[in-house]
Design a protein around this ligand. Structure first.
Ligand code: UGA
Length: 432
């Protein structure tokens, strides 16, 4: 498993747990040293135990050494990062291609090389070309096997996938791929075998569709506010139609994270480059960008139209609960916009405060609990729906605050609950 980041580490640990012998490779000496000490560089529930168990059982190990483990392997996974390239939004494939060159030099015997990183259509062809060019004697089959893990639920997603997608051009890779996923295959998880290009596109199309679905309900939420309807009722009412499905219909401050923003942008670029623009996703990207600032305006409005000098308590900084990931978190843009409007910010997050600090303005202060954050605040803004924020003592919060304004960007509370405790309450898409 080349790359011990989020996808590599979770996949490596889960494959080891299936009984395979897995070596996780990373260039980062510090990261590997920490992993060897049992320290997991990311926050993912259950991952530390899974890693520890499999290391103890001798099925999982970590190294910075490349050639030996790759030479021994039947299947080599590429799970390195593909960040957005500065300037043009394309996925930056330099890490993937560098790894392909190293693999070419290290493989011995027939080896299946699998891209697990999210890569644009055609990357598998290029990986294969690079390997053949670097080492014409290399006997490899290059496969696409995208990952559909959600942060915070990655282990469950890996072990109970809705589907496994395998894109291959060389039939010799089919049996090793079935073998790698045998426990899931025996559990009737569907495996979709398809061409490499289709597989690569499935990943982007899936993420883009989900991002579009969220954006759709966010716009419906805005309309609900205008016409006096309730977006949660609308979500339920449409989601019960199996053709639509109830998931990813929660209105909120816009999607964030390391995947949707990057992947939607990369799909837009690929489509434009091929003269086949996907306008729905172009629009999705634009709407989602605007939404974060719109959420800040909502807060300002809830505060009577002016936040100059006011203290605003922000609950939840990470892009979603059960992760410490701050990438593209809506909180970043919302806090920035509130500061631009003259507000003072105090923030609390159960896990993400350390990761947030370097990304936020130094004037932001941090509180050890939601109640500490509320002390003297003029408004409380719930940005990320951590479970810890679902049953807050509203009475206690109110008595700590200067003015009882609650802006609930995740629709965790009800207007009635908030009103009972004397809060002026604003949520998303609940215009009733
Ligand atoms: C997403 C996909 O869900 C995974 O299937 C995929 O493998 C992953 O990207 C990836 O490409 O690696 P993730 O970014 O971890 O996973 O997070 P999600 O749970 O999908 O949430 C993404 C964003 O959408 C969050 O900001 C979340 O708050 C938002 N969201 C999600 C909503 O606003 N409403 C919803 O109904 C659902």
């Amino acid at each position: 498993m080349i790359g011990s980041g989020y996808v590599g580490l979770v996949s490596g640990a889960c494959f080891a747990d299936f009984g395979h012998s897995v070596v996780c490779i990373d260039k980062d000496v510090k990261k590997i040293a920490a992993l060897e000490q049992g320290q997991i560089p990311i926050y993912e529930p259950g991952l530390d135990e899974l890693v520890a168990e499999n290391v103890k059982a001798g099925r999982l190990s970590f190294t910075t050494e490349f050639a030996g483990p790759v030479g021994d392997a039947d299947v080599v996974f590429i799970a390195v990062g593909t960040p957005s390239r500065r300037g043009d939004g394309h996925a930056d494939l330099s890490y993937v291609y560098a790894v392909a060159r190293e693999i070419a030099a290290a493989v011995t015997g027939f080896t299946v090389v699998v891209t697990k990183s999210t890569v644009p259509v055609g990357t598998g062809d290029e990986v294969e070309r690079i390997i053949r060019e670097t080492n014409p004697a290399a006997d490899v089959a290059v496969v696409s096997n995208p990952e559909f893990l959600r942060e915070g639920a990655a282990i469950a997603d890996f072990k109970k996938p809705d589907r496994i997608v395998v894109g291959l051009e060389d039939e010799r890779a089919r049996e090793p791929m079935v073998e790698v996923y045998r426990p899931l295959y025996l559990n009737y998880s569907p495996i979709v075998f398809t061409s490499r290009r289709s597989s690569e596109l499935i990943k982007y199309a899936a993420n883009a569709f989900l991002a579009m679905k969220i954006t759709f309900i966010n716009e419906v939420a805005d309309l609900c506010e205008q016409v006096g309807a309730d977006v949660q009722a609308v979500s339920r009412g449409i989601g019960l139609d199996n053709r639509i499905g109830s998931k990813f219909l929660h209105a909120g401050p816009g999607y964030g994270g390391s995947c949707f923003p990057k992947d939607t942008l990369a799909l837009v670029k690929t489509a434009q480059d091929h003269g086949s623009p996907i306008r729905l996703i172009e629009t999705t990207v634009a709407i989602n960008d605007q939404r974060k600032r719109a959420m800040a305006r909502k807060v300002i409005q809830a505060c009577g139209g002016d936040v100059r000098g006011k203290l605003i308590a922000v609950l939840g900084l990470t892009f979603k609960p059960r992760t410490d990931d701050m990438r593209e978190a809506p909180s970043l843009a919302i806090i920035q916009a509130l500061q631009d409007a003259g507000a003072r910010i105090v923030a609390h997050d159960p896990v993400g405060m350390e990761a947030a600090k370097p990304l936020l303005d130094e004037r932001v202060t941090y509180a050890a609990s939601p109640y500490d954050a509320a002390a003297g605040a003029n408004a409380l803004v719930l940005v990320t729906e951590w479970d810890q924020f679902r049953a807050l003592d509203l009475g206690r919060l109110k008595s700590a605050m200067e003015t009882p304004v609650l802006v609930d960007l995740r629709n965790v509370y009800s207007r009635e609950d908030a009103a009972r405790h004397g809060f002026s309450y604003t949520s998303v898409g609940r215009g009733v």
